[in-house]
Structure formats: C-alpha cells, structure tokens
Ligand binder design. Structure first.
Ligand code: ADP
Length: 628
C-alpha cells in the first residue's frame, strides 16, 4: 500500500508536535477526547431526527482502554465516524480546523511556538507529542465500510479498508518509550494518570468517559487472618459530566460549592463568597466565581497569575484566562463557560475577542454587586474580605489617574476616630456637620500612634470625625480622588483645618520676631515657622504644606532611598503653650538659651511626626545641657 504524504503545512505542524519540548504534552488527551465528544454530538443530533441511529442520549460514551503489553492507549467513541475521504481530508491535511488556525498563529509567533501550544486547541496532531504511531479505525454512520488510518509521523500515512462492527472511531495511540526527555511517557499507560488527566481537563465533557480501573479485593476463599488480594478491573465513569456551574445555585449546596472550590483551586479554606452568573443574549455563558477567604499564594507578587478557567462546551481551553478579570478584582477565582467561544482560539486572539470583553465587563459588575451586598448585609464578612483585598481595591483606585474612582470609592473602608471602626466614605459624608468643609484624615503608622498625634486634638475637640490612614496607599487615594461627594479631603497634619468658628491665630498675635528668631536658628532645616491652628495641649508639630507628605517621604525613603524625596518641614507652634511663652521671654534675656529651646522644639516635632532626628546624640547633649 502506497504511503501518502502529508500536505506541507501539516508536516510542519507534525514535526513540531513530534519534537515538542513543550511540558504540557498531557493536553493531547483533552484534544482527542474533545474530538470524540464532538463526533458524538453530531450523531446525537442526528438521532433526534433519524430513528435509524438507534441510540439514545444515554447510550453515547467515550471509552478509554489501556493495553500495557502493547503500550497503547485507545480513545473510542460511538460518534459519527469518518468515511475514507473524510479521513483523508481531516487527518491528512490541516483542514479548516483549529489546527489551521494554530498554524497561522504559529507563523505570526514563530519564536514562541512552545508558548502557544496548550493555550488552545491544537487538535488531533497533538497526539504525536506522546505517541510514535497512531492508528485510527473508524466507521461512519450510514456506511458499510470501515477504514483504518495509520501514521508514524512526518513521513506520511496510509488509509485502507478494515473491519469494524460498530459506528464510531477508535484512536489507538502507541505511546513513546521513556527516554532522556523530561516527560515520562509511560505514565500515559497508567490508569491513575489517565483518570487524573480526564478529571483535570475533561471533567465536564457531557458524555461519560469510561475506563476499567483496578481495585484490590480479597481473594475469595482466603482466610480472614491471612487474606490474599487480587486486582480486579471495573468499568468506571471518570468524569462528572454536569458541571457545577451549569446547575442552578438553588440546587447546589454550600458544601458542594466549598468542596469544588477547595479541590479545584487547591485551597484549604472554603471561599468567602460564591457568585453564579447565567447570561443569555449578546453572549451566552455561565460563570461560577469565588471570592477567596484567604489571599491566594503569591498574591501581591509578580508571581501571582490572575485569571479564570475558561471552558467551551465542556472542554477547558485555558486555565488562567486573565482577560476575564479586571484589575480591582484580580483575586477572584472561578470558571466561565461559553459555547460561543471557539475551542480553537489562541490567547492572542482572545485578547481581541469582543465576546470575551462583554463577559469580562459583566463579571466585573457582578463581582462589584456582590461586594456591595456583603458590605450592606454582612458587614463583618466584608471587613474580613477587606483585610485581604482592600489594598488591591485602593491600588486600583489610584492607578490610571483615578479612572476607577466612581467604581471603587464606595467599596473602600477607613478607620474612623469617632466610630472606632472601619467606615465607608459614604458613612463619613452622611455624618458630616452642616458647616464642615472637609473630609479630615490623618496619615500614620497605626491607629494608636495617630490617636496620640497632637494634630488630632483640636479636631476631636470640635467633634470632627477623622479618618485614620494607616495603609500606605490611603493618602494616595485621597490625593487622587481629591473629593468625595464634592467634599474635599484635607489632611489634619497639613494646611489650614478651617474649623468652623476658629479664628486664625497668626493674625491675632504678633509673633513674627519670635518666628524669625526660630527660623534663623534652625536655618534650612525648616521652610517656615508659623503659629499653629491645630494644636491644643502640645507645643509643636510639623506640617508639610504643598508637595509630598511625611508619610509619602517615609514610603519613598523605604522603597527608593536614592531619590532623596523629602517633604517640606513647616514648624507649627502652639503660641499659647508655656514652652513657647518661655522661649519668647528667654529670647530677650538669654538668646543662646532660647536657641537651644528652638532646637529642642524642632526635634520634638520630628519625633512626633515619626521622622528620624538629624543628630540624636547632639539632641541628648542639648537637653542635658539645660539641666545645669
Ligand atoms: P478540530 O477538532 O479542531 O477540527 P482536529 O485536527 O482535532 O481539528 O481534527 C480534525 C477533524 O478530524 C475534526 O474536525 C473532525 O472532523 C475529524 N475527527 C477527529 N477526530 C474524530 C473522531 N473521533 N470522530 C470523528 N471525526 C473526527
């Protein structure tokens, strides 16, 4: 029998498959099984209108057979089968199939070929990644003659008539011998590996995938105290067929969702929240999403890969489709299935896929709605969520110049001085006094430290609620948002607090000479010395005026010390404080001593702001020198 050559393009693809160094060779099984499932789909569809098919929905199945002696794995289906011309057209050339698209993609991305395999359907030829010889025995529905197609790879294939009783196709793959290569091929001849692969990639194929599985049972007649065991094989269905996301939420128990989440995503804890979506219209899809109760591994690092599992007609096409999630909600895990997406679609194409974009934006709305619901109805749960992922929301709110402000502003929480708990900006705004101009906040390391800051005293005296910004991004959020419900944010440590009924102290007393004296003493260390409007019992504080704040300075010093980012230092003085009153009189009687007082006040202000003092031992000496 004459061997026929593969068409040139098939040859190249085959070559690639045979010599593939790709580590995800195991996806070949997914490909062969999904072909079998498609073939069954076709016959199943015919059977609806054609009584002669003689099979009902329940009769269709895919059978996997391992022949360890001969080293073969066979995938059999009782689907539509192929005629000899179809065999030629389908397996001899890359027809108008996924493989063709794959080829085109490959040309475009010649350099990264190994990267694209496995991202999408690569079709029948992928079997050559694990098999050195493939036999396809097939009988088409409605035809008498069966056909055998055989190939050992690039040098061609043969097609000849053969015997086969039933309609359908057997794909017999002779598995390669183990070699030096990374992949151990013999594992594809083990029942447990095959079962695992079916579970992983084809669990939700809508027809049963069956295989004889070994079980160890006690040999009959052997005594209980000296039992002997033997291995018996039983036909088992490996796949669960009806995916959880295809079922109504009301029909699935919490335990089922929890178990699914834990098994599928390898999580120990159950999810915090489950979101189900069933959409019909512009795009038909179902989604099952989970908000994790713990941060996923690597979350917040470059190694973390966000994305949802993407299925099309029961077949997983991508494990982590990042294009389905937007930045603020990149921690969400789950599955999306849409029959509208082709299995044979590459990652590059997906990015431009209009349907994918529609799904992504719908999912974003659903996730947001679920978070709003939690915030409204399950506050504690929301706070738990927020501890894990609040920072992601804030960072997303800052990114892209605050483009997501509207979307995210009502999901953010900040600690409130008066409520002593986390509050939303909306709650703050609702409580604002009629004459209150600003949303006041204070940045600092933690709640206790901020609570003790002198700058908060006067605001508290006026019963003004203050938001404590203890997380680094908080200040940047206020900076980016500028306002919430038209009320500007104002840092209690900078600028005028403009408290209702407070007159400006600078204008009421004449301290200019004292301030000039202090400024002269401190030199460049401070940009300005002025009377404070925010101090009550403490003598001094620092404010930073325009530009970066002290918290930002601390942040930049920690992450990019070379930049030398420094906030301005404005020394604010409580002119009613005895320390300042003493300095004033000492300036006249003993200017040298007054200079020491000025230095001490400045250093105290640094300490209060949590900033390092320039010369700690000099400062100690200075203090001690006054004890004489
Ligand atoms: P794709 O599945 O993307 O079309 P493949 O290379 O996997 O590409 O398969 C090529 C064609 O071969 C299929 O479109 C189908 O017509 C045919 N085929 C493959 N496997 C089977 C099967 N088990 N039964 C019937 N036809 C099959």
């Amino acid at each position: 029998m004459r061997k026929k050559a593969f068409k040139a393009e098939s040859k190249r693809l085959l070559d690639l498959m045979i010599n593939s160094i790709y580590t995800h060779r195991e996806i070949f099984l997914r490909e062969i099984i999904s072909n079998a499932s498609d073939a069954i789909d076709k016959l199943c569809y015919l059977s609806l209108t054609d009584d002669k098919v003689g099979l009902s929905r329940d009769d269709f199945q895919i059978t996997l057979t391992l022949d360890k002696d001969n080293g073969t794995l066979t995938v059999s289906d009782n689907g539509i089968g192929m005629s000899d011309t179809e065999l030629e057209n389908n397996l001899g050339v890359i027809a108008n199939s996924g493989s063709l698209k794959f080829r085109q993609e490959l040309d475009e991305a010649a350099q990264s070929e190994t990267d694209i395999i496995g991202q999408f359907g690569v079709g029948f030829y992928s079997a050559f990644m694990v098999a050195d010889h493939i036999t396809v025995v097939t009988k088409k529905y409605g035809e008498e003659q069966a056909w055998r197609w055989e190939s050992s790879g690039v040098d061609g294939y043969t097609v000849e008539p053969c015997e086969k009783d039933t309609v359908g196709t057997d794909v017999i793959m002779h598995i390669k011998a183990d070699g030096e290569e990374k992949d151990e091929f013999s594992r594809y001849l083990r029942e447990y590996t095959i079962r695992e692969l079916v579970k992983k990639y084809s669990d939700y194929i809508r027809f049963p995938i069956r295989m004889r599985m070994p079980h160890s049972v006690k040999k009959e007649g052997t005594p209980d105290d000296k039992p002997e065991y033997e291995t018996v094989y039983e036909l088992e269905t490996l796949n669960s067929m009806v995916p959880l996301w295809q079922r109504k939420k009301s029909e699935v128990s919490k335990e089922e969702y929890d178990k699914f989440y834990q098994e599928r995503f390898g999580e120990f804890a159950p999810p915090q929240s489950v979101i189900t979506v069933s959409a019909e219209g512009a795009v038909t899809y179902k989604a099952l999403l989970f908000i994790p109760s713990k941060m996923p591994g690597f979350y917040g690092t470059d190694e973390f890969q966000p994305g949802l599992q993407l299925y099309s007609s029961g077949v997983m096409i991508m494990d982590k489709c990042a294009d389905l999630l937007t930045e603020p909600f990149n921690f969400v895990r789950g599955v999306v299935e849409s029959p509208d997406l082709s299995l044979n679609i590459s990652r590059e194409l997906l990015q431009h896929d209009r349907q994918l974009k529609i799904i992504c934006s719908n999912l974003e709305k659903k996730i947001k709605a679920e978070l709003e619901r939690m915030l409204r109805d399950e506050r504690e749960e929301y706070e738990k969520f927020y501890r894990n992922f609040g920072r992601q929301l804030k960072i997303s709110a800052i990114n892209e110049y605050g483009a997501r402000k509207e979307q995210l502003q009502d999901l953010l929480l900040f600690y409130s001085s008066s409520e002593k708990k986390l509050v939303t900006l909306g709650e703050y705004a609702d409580r604002m006094k009629p004459d209150q101009k600003y949303i006041y906040y204070v940045p600092g390391d933690n709640v206790d430290a901020i609570d003790r800051m002198p700058q908060t005293e006067l605001l508290k005296d006026h019963e003004m609620e203050i938001l404590y910004f203890t997380d680094r991004p908080d200040e940047f959020v206020a900076d980016m948002f500028r306002t919430y419900r038209d009320k500007p944010f104002r840092s209690a440590v900078d600028g005028d607090l403009e408290l209702p009924g407070e007159e400006k102290k600078e204008e009421t007393g004449d301290y200019q000479e004292d301030f000039a004296f202090i400024k002269e003493t401190l030199g460049d260390k401070v940009t300005e010395v002025k009377a404070s409007t925010r101090l009550k019992t403490h003598p001094v504080c620092l404010s930073s005026g325009q530009g970066i704040t002290f918290e930002m300075e601390k942040y930049f010093t920690a992450v990019q010390p070379d930049l030398g980012m420094k906030a301005q230092r404005i020394l604010e003085i409580n002119v009613d404080h005895p320390a300042f009153v003493t300095l004033r009189t000492t300036r006249i009687t003993d200017p040298e001593k007054a200079k020491k007082y000025a230095q001490i006040l400045y250093n105290q202000a640094l300490l209060i702001a949590g900033l390092p003092i320039d010369d700690p031992s000099g400062y100690t000496d200075l203090l001690c020198s006054l004890w004489k």
